[in-house]
Structure formats: structure tokens, C-alpha cells
Ligand binder design. Structure first.
Ligand SMILES: Nc1ncnc2c1ncn2[C@@H]1O[C@H](COP(=O)(O)OP(=O)(O)O)[C@@H](O)[C@H]1O
Ligand SMILES: [Mg+2]
Length: 326
């Protein structure tokens, strides 16, 4: 933690050198730190969306959870609206920072009605004056996410995946947050439903001015909704840029390979781009390669790459890349 770190007052969320290590038992008396997130920095302005992409296991969920302090970070600085997020401040900041999960089925209590699922955060934070005020607030939230008022007394299992995700979003919105971590929030849905829910996230942002950290392994999904995109590989940020810039001019070899794997709906784009198949497996975060973690799968890797992790450097217009050779 850097006690003297001063966040930029224009940012709603600011993260500096965030680290989250999990101690893993490797012997009877020994543990090894699994470096799930290893020095990640980024910021999000009010009402803006930052997309976070990378293969499964690269640390996206851990970033989201450590950010809103569902995990206690190993190190780093997190600020919300200029205030340091720590054990003391999180109690009052919790209302402002919510999370929507991938699997609405397991995150919604099957024994609760829709009304009680959405009403629970209202109860916890005492956000109503009377029973009828509570009910009115719940119905308003249901309307916001396109759910019918008649659905209030039904149970979560009676709904389709897309509708369950809407219930989860209404619940996250109940405390009127200014920031929501959406962790693979549309990844489990059918493609047609995905588009509807993404559009709803965008409408809600326009209406309510809420900012998102939009986490997904699918670059196409993230590109659609994000103003900026950050690319992670094995706990580290390797590239960040405006969404269109990243899509049109990726620089890091990992981003290039991720983009080449996206099945583009536009046949012209699909034809002109060659698919790059990455060789080798993702190394285990318990046995992280020295230097740049991507070097074991990178065709441009040199000795320098195994000696030292390159820093993110600005290649112009806020396009940041961590690579020695590109
Ligand atoms: N609670 C935990 N304890 C130990 N290891 C964990 C825990 N949560 C995640 N990990 C490990 O941290 C790494 C990053 O996981 P995660 O953040 O879930 O990645 P992603 O969301 O990108 O798929 C993985 O190697 C995962 O196994
Ligand atoms: Mg995840």
C-alpha cells in the first residue's frame, strides 16, 4: 500500500498496483502464494464502462472481488470517489459498489420470491419508510429491468436464464449504486438473450449514470459495451486502450491472438484476419514464468522477456502496452 498515493479526482474508481495472493498448501508445513492478481492498475470514470478480458483463470473475478472488498487484497490501493476503500470505509461504501454474477441461478436463493430477493438489500440498508414504500421501490426496480409486476410473488426457478439475470441486476440496483462489477454477467446466456441483456445494461447506464467493470472472456461482448478495454494475462495487465482502438490496432501479441480467435459476424473482417493459434498451455499461476508471464507462448520472446516484466507504457492516446518487443 502506498499511503501517499493520490487518486485523480475525475475517477470514480481508481486501482493502483492491486495484488491478491492466495496461500496454497504445498507441503505439510509449507505454503506457496498463488499470485491470482499481481500488480494491476486501472481507473473508471463516473458513468463509464471498462471491459476486462482474458482467458479463464487469468484473475478477472479476483480483481472484481478484491476491488469491492469481498476479498481483502494482499496489497495495493483502491479508491472510490476519492476515498480509500479499506476495512473501515467499506461499510458505508458498500451501497455504492455492487456486483452481478455469472450464474444467476446459484446466486439467487431458490426459496425466496422475486420480491424478497430484490427487497433484501433494501432491508439490509434500511432504504424504505414503510411496507408500501418498500413494495413501490421493488416494483420500480422490476420495471427498470423489464420484469412484469405480476412476477413479484414467483420464485427464481420459475424464470428463464435471461429473466433470472434481470432479477440479479434489479437486486444489484436496489441500493442505487454508482458502480457495478458485472462478472461474466451475460456469459451463460444464449447469444440472442445476451444481446438483450447487454442492451439493457447500456440503457440502465444512460438512465442512472452507473459505471461498470464489465468482465468477460469474450472480447466481442466486451467490445460492444465498453469505452475502454483492459486485457489480462496470468494476473497481469498487458494492454489497455479505447475499445475501438484496441480492436483495430492491438499491439500486445496476446491481445492479437485473442482478437484473431473472435468469430466476427462481418465476413469481410473475418476473411482478412488470420487466426493465430497460441502454442503451449497457460502456465500455472503457482509456477509463474520469470519476467513476462506470456513469454512461454510468445513467438517474439527474447532473453529480456525472461529477465524482467515490461512495464505498461503509453504508445500514444492512452494506449498502454506491456511488451519489450512490440
Ligand atoms: N479463493 C481462491 N483460493 C485459491 N485460489 C484461487 C481462489 N480464487 C481464485 N483462485 C485462483 O486464482 C486464479 C485466478 O482466478 P479467477 O480470478 O477466478 O480467474 P478468472 O475469473 O479470470 O477466470 C486461478 O488460478 C484460480 O484458480
Ligand atoms: Mg471468473
Amino acid at each position: 500500500m502506498d499511503k501517499n498515493y493520490k487518486p485523480n479526482p475525475e475517477n470514480l474508481v481508481e486501482v493502483n498496483d492491486l495484488k491478491m495472493y492466495f496461500p496454497i498448501k504445498t507441503g505439510m508445513f509449507s505454503t506457496t502464494p498463488l499470485k491470482a492478481v499481481d500488480g494491476v492498475s486501472f481507473s473508471i470514470k463516473p458513468g463509464e464502462t471498462l471491459g476486462l478480458v482474458g482467458e479463464s483463470g487469468c484473475g478477472k473475478t479476483t480483481v472484481g472481488r478484491a476491488l469491492i472488498r469481498l476479498y481483502k487484497p494482499t496489497d495495493g490501493d483502491v479508491f472510490f470517489d476519492g476515498k480509500r476503500v479499506d476495512e473501515k470505509s467499506i461499510g458505508t461504501l458498500r451501497k455504492d459498489m455492487q456486483m452481478v454474477f455469472q450464474d444467476p441461478y446459484s446466486s439467487l436463493n431458490p426459496r425466496m420470491t422475486v420480491e424478497d430477493i430484490i427487497g433484501e438489500p433494501l432491508d439490509v440498508h434500511k432504504l424504505y419508510t414503510s411496507r408500501s414504500d418498500r413494495r413501490e421501490k421493488i416494483l420500480h426496480l422490476m420495471e427498470l429491468v423489464g420484469l412484469n409486476a405480476e412476477h413479484a410473488t414467483r420464485y427464481a426457478h420459475e424464470f428463464s436464464g435471461g429473466q433470472r439475470q434481470r432479477i440479479g441486476i434489479a437486486r444489484a440496483l436496489a441500493t442505487n449504486p454508482r458502480f457495478i462489477v458485472c462478472d461474466e454477467a451475460v456469459s451463460a446466456l444464449d447469444v440472442s438473450i445476451q444481446a438483450q441483456v447487454i442492451n439493457m445494461f447500456e440503457d440502465l447506464q444512460k438512465k442512472l449514470g452507473v459505471a461498470y467493470l464489465f468482465i468477460a472472456h469474450d472480447l466481442l461482448v466486451v467490445h460492444h459495451i465498453s469505452k475502454r478495454i483492459a486485457v489480462m494475462y496470468l494476473g497481469k495487465m498487458v494492454e489497455t486502450a479505447d475499445a475501438d482502438e484496441l480492436n483495430a490496432h492491438p499491439i500486445h501479441p496476446y491481445t492479437t491472438s485473442l482478437l484473431s480467435a473472435v468469430p466476427y459476424p462481418d465476413p469481410k473482417v473475418a476473411k482478412s484476419s488470420k487466426r493465430i493459434i497460441l502454442e503451449g498451455d497457460v502456465p500455472s499461476p503457482l509456477h509463474m514464468p520469470s519476467g513476462c508471464p506470456f513469454r512461454t507462448r510468445c513467438k517474439y520472446a527474447t532473453e529480456q522477456c525472461s529477465a524482467e516484466m515490461p512495464k505498461l507504457t503509453d504508445r500514444g492516446n492512452g494506449h498502454l502496452v506491456a511488451c519489450w518487443n512490440k
